[in-house]
Write a new protein. Structure first.
Length: 467
């Protein structure tokens, strides 16, 4: 098999060659040209072809190659392709797809389209597809495949290897072999290398250690992601309520889940609803709707800042110099809060601590907030002090102004750090997504409270002089 990643400069040539063969309708040459390529390498190039060219290519390719390439095509290319294939070609392709990939594709279709596609499947494949689609949308059941190898504990290693040779060709993975009893209940999972290294006459039972982890079909996919991270497996078995082995989840699907979850969290951290679709293909109206909701909430929140400013109108009128540093101090608090929120949300996602550790997190942010506030406070104080040596802009009471800014920065950065770290934990405790406490949201909350801290410190330090 050729690997296109090793031939990146030749990509344009490969695409041109395929397009030329399609244009000449030289099907035998096209089949021969495609045969050595890996599906995951050739799919990105094929996605750039026109729909008509793709249809010609899929008519020329073998059933297995078409199915392999189809799973790596972008969703939009998949939808367009099915529209130009004949019903017979469409049925052949759908029946050849791995059950988990087919379920993922059907899940993206409108209900009427999904039902029409289901009707094209053979009776056995339709039963498999319907059983997988019956599980909740983001559950393990929607991701699992039924292509696994299971053996019995009383078999010899020779019998198990013969069974693997006979039935393992079209299975999703052979890294793990599952041991079940006569009722199909999972007893253990054994790495295939142990079969290869064991004496042929030894029983399968002798390879078992009873150390295995399972998923339930109704488990959330985030739980599956946590287990894959924890146990470093390429596949995990899925059992029903009676502990019967009904499928497996493989690491390639979990990597897709990890990418989707990370994308969703990043979008939420940016102050937007999760798009749930690629940025380049989502309808403009839907993207505006998802972004506008949070912008409106943040805008209304920032209006509280104006309200807080009006409350301290008299202080600003008496010491106009205070207004010069409003953007400086409140933005520092917002930045500190955004930092803390991002770090805590990511640590939560990676399972680095539990909710019961909230006090430990608070203590760390108290120390970090004080240290960060002190650093910024000293810089702010020195900036005003040094500037006053060359300019009278801060007046005769520049030292009081510098002290106000310095002390305020300590308090505001400390408060921002605490808000940014505790808000995700409160949301998690309430059963909500911690990523909802986005950086802009935290910054908006800290802006309002930051103004109160700033002018309270100013009143305490400047009372009797400027105020």
């Amino acid at each position: 098999m050729k690997c296109l990643s090793a031939l990146m400069p030749a990509q344009v040539h490969v695409k041109t060659q395929i397009a030329a063969l399609i244009a000449r309708k030289d099907i035998p040459a096209l089949k021969k040209y495609l045969e050595p390529w890996l599906a995951m390498d050739i799919a990105p190039l094929l996605a750039e072809l026109s729909v008509e060219e793709l249809a010609t290519l899929f008519r020329a390719g073998s059933r297995d190659l078409d199915a392999a390439i189809f799973t790596y095509l972008p969703l939009e290319a998949q939808k367009k392709l099915l529209k130009v294939l004949t019903p017979e070609q469409m049925a052949s392709l759908l029946n050849a797809l791995p059950p988990d990939d087919r379920t993922a594709f059907l899940n993206e279709q409108p209900l009427d389209v999904a039902m029409q596609l289901l009707s094209m499947l053979s009776a056995d494949e339709r039963q498999v597809a319907q059983s997988l689609l019956a599980y909740p949308e983001h559950s393990v059941g929607r991701m699992m495949t039924l292509d696994f190898v299971a053996v019995h504990p009383e078999w010899t290693v020779r019998q198990a290897l013969d069974f693997i040779r006979e039935h393992g060709y079209d299975r999703e993975t052979l890294n793990m072999v599952y041991v079940v009893d006569d009722g199909g209940h999972l007893i253990d999972d054994v790495r295939v290398r142990r079969f290869l290294l064991a004496p042929l006459d030894s029983p399968v039972r002798s390879l078992m250690d009873g150390n295995f982890t399972t998923l339930k079909a109704t488990d959330d996919r985030e739980h599956a992601l946590e287990l894959f991270r924890k146990f470093d497996r390429v596949a995990l078995p899925v059992t029903d309520e009676m502990s019967k082995l009904i499928g497996i989840v493989t690491v390639d699907d979990i990597l897709d889940v990890a990418e989707e979850e990370a994308t969703e969290d990043i979008q939420k951290l940016g102050g937007s609803e999760a798009l749930d679709e690629p940025y380049t293909t989502i309808a403009l109206s839907r993207m505006v709707k998802k972004r506008a909701s949070w912008l409106v909430v943040l805008f209304l929140g920032e209006m509280l800042t104006a309200t807080a400013m009006s409350y301290f109108e008299d202080e600003i009128a008496k010491a106009v110099v205070l207004a010069l540093f409003v953007p400086l101090v409140i933005s520092s608090g917002g930045n500190a809060g955004s930092q803390a929120a991002t770090l805590v949300i990511r640590a939560l996602a990676l399972g680095e601590f539990k909710l019961r550790d909230w006090w430990r997190i608070m203590r760390r942010e108290l120390a970090a907030g004080l240290a960060l506030g002190a650093i910024l406070g000293v810089i702010g104080f020195l900036r005003i002090a040094i500037w006053s040596m060359f300019s009278p802009i801060y007046g005769e009471h520049w030292l009081l102004v510098a002290a106000t800014v310095g002390v305020s920065l300590v308090g505001i950065v400390l408060w921002g750090s605490l808000m940014g770290s505790m808000l995700p934990l409160l949301l998690k405790r309430a059963g909500l997504d911690p990523a909802t406490s986005s950086a802009p949201f935290v910054a908006t909350l800290v802006d309002v409270t930051g103004l109160i801290i700033y002018f309270s410190v100013a009143f305490a330090i400047m009372r009797g002089t400027l105020l």
